[in-house]
Design a binder for this molecule. Structure first.
Ligand SMILES: Cc1cc2nc3c(=O)[nH]c(=O)nc-3n(C[C@H](O)[C@H](O)[C@H](O)COP(=O)(O)OP(=O)(O)OC[C@H]3O[C@@H](n4cnc5c(N)ncnc54)[C@H](O)[C@@H]3O)c2cc1C
Length: 410
């Protein structure tokens, strides 16, 4: 590999944020070299379908790609796949690979995403058929177990675990969700939204165990065969999905002496503590309303990658968080607008005649966020209100006869 230090943007991680940065750089007319370096053997792809239509096998791997292969040649963007960056040398502005080769940059973007948390080895004894859900390889291995009548235990009742559970049910499997907290989705939603999804899953036959203290996984012939709780309850299974959250991939940045605190610390222009190194997406902690925030969502990764490109291209714009998210479970589309952190009250709307239901979060009377279940209009209106810094009186939210569009009028 040759080192080109004059005008060469390197993006570590060939995921959503890096691709977005590269595309935006070209759209802004950046004429220098751009290289994405990814440790996965694939061109940049979208992850949301992994726990949805890719797991059901309704979607093929080529449809996951964020851009077709020819896009990279047409836009003069080099994408090195299957290559892991092992170090950043800030003094010489070079990144190193495991092979010892080095590549020089003028600006560097770190967009390395997250790694799923795993159960401790003492608990799993490294048995086969225990899966996390992060990349194509995980799903290709996991999907083999999705057979009618098979039993699966999902550890963790967060969105990824719940989505995988709904796909497993569709495949005719027996599903048990083991959630350590008193309710599923506890970390991310209020009890009304948790109750909605709890009822949804149990109505499809999922066994949800809350307050579940997992003690150990048992195995047979080298593969997991049961999950055992501290209260001695035993859940036999042929596979386990572990969905207990993620940690940001900030080790490279930390080793290079950059500031890391629950992710790579960046300013509102995606700059790290080194002016030539930016970071974007899941692996970062960025300024938000006087504090710092780390987001794991596609809309954020796209917009943050674009914000990094604006800075690199000399047109910096302060980044404003894009806290929009969605999840598909059975025939329910959940859309989330805003961030519910710090809410002090919740108002529900519905179910309406079409089964639409939404949960509205407030803090001191100001609307913070909306969880919309098959309620696209509630999501759109909630999103527009939050984006504009507007609110709506809880009484109007509760009243199904109140026309939501009228809430947007001053
Ligand atoms: C199963 C699943 C379902 C999801 N569903 C939704 C959803 O419904 N809605 C939503 O908004 N978001 C969803 N997300 C989250 C969303 O996919 C992420 O927020 C988004 O992909 C983050 O983009 P990123 O570029 O920051 O990181 P990623 O897309 O994860 O890309 C980072 C890449 O960097 C690579 N990398 C790490 N270290 C190195 C290194 N040293 N050298 C080279 N490469 C490296 C990683 O392997 C990875 O390929 C989901 C995520 C998963 C896993």
């Amino acid at each position: 590999m040759t080192a080109d230090l004059d005008s060469h943007v390197i993006c570590i991680g060939a995921g959503q944020a890096s691709l977005s940065c590269a595309a935006k750089l070209r759209a802004l007319g950046y004429a220098g070299a751009i290289t994405l370096i990814g440790d996965e053997p694939h061109l940049p792809y979208q992850r949301p379908p992994l726990s949805k239509k890719y797991l059901t096998r309704e979607m093929s791997a080529d449809r996951l790609l964020l851009r077709p292969p020819e896009w990279f040649a047409e836009n003069k963007v080099t994408c090195l796949t299957g290559q892991r960056v092992t170090a950043i040398d800030r003094a010489t502005r070079r990144v190193s690979f495991g092979s010892g080769e080095k590549l020089g940059y003028s600006k560097l973007l770190i967009a390395t995403g997250c790694t799923p948390r795993r159960l401790p080895q003492a608990m799993t004894a490294n048995f086969a058929h225990i899966y996390t859900v992060r990349d194509i390889g995980d799903i290709d291995s996991l999907a083999k177990h999705f057979q009618p009548g098979a039993r699966i235990v999902v550890v963790g009742g967060g969105y990824i675990g719940l989505e995988a559970a709904s796909v497993a049910v569709k495949a005719g499997m027996h599903v048990t969700i083991l959630e350590a907290a008193p309710r599923i989705l506890e970390r991310v939603s209020c009890k009304e939204t948790s109750a909605y999804f709890h009822a949804l899953h149990t109505s499809h036959g999922v066994d949800i165990v809350t307050g579940a203290k997992l003690e150990v996984l048992r195995g047979k012939d080298g593969a997991v065969s049961a999950a055992v709780l501290a209260d001695r309850r035993v859940f036999p299974c042929e596979a386990v999905i572990v969905g207990i959250g993620v940690t940001p991939n900030a080790g490279l940045a930390a080793d290079a002496g950059l500031i890391v605190d629950n992710g790579i610390v960046v300013d509102e222009f995606c700059r790290t503590s080194d002016p030539d190194i930016l970071a974007a997406g899941d692996c970062t902690s960025f300024p938000h309303q006087g504090g710092r925030l780390r987001l794991e969502s596609v809309p954020h990764a796209i917009a943050h990658g674009e914000a990094a490109a604006m800075t690199i291209a000399g047109q910096p714009q302060p980044y404003v968080a894009k806290p929009w998210f969605w999840s598909d479970q059975y025939d329910i589309k959940l859309q989330i607008a805003g961030l519910n952190q710090g809410y002090d009250s919740v108002v529900t709307r519905g179910p309406g005649p079409a089964g639409d239901y939404s949960v509205w979060y407030y803090k001191a009377g100001t609307l913070l966020a909306v969880d919309a279940m098959n309620a696209a209009a509630a999501y759109m209106v909630g999103k527009r209100l939050i984006e504009s810094g507007l609110s709506v009186a809880p009484d109007r939210v509760r009243d199904l006869a109140s026309d939501m569009k009228s809430w947007l009028k001053p």
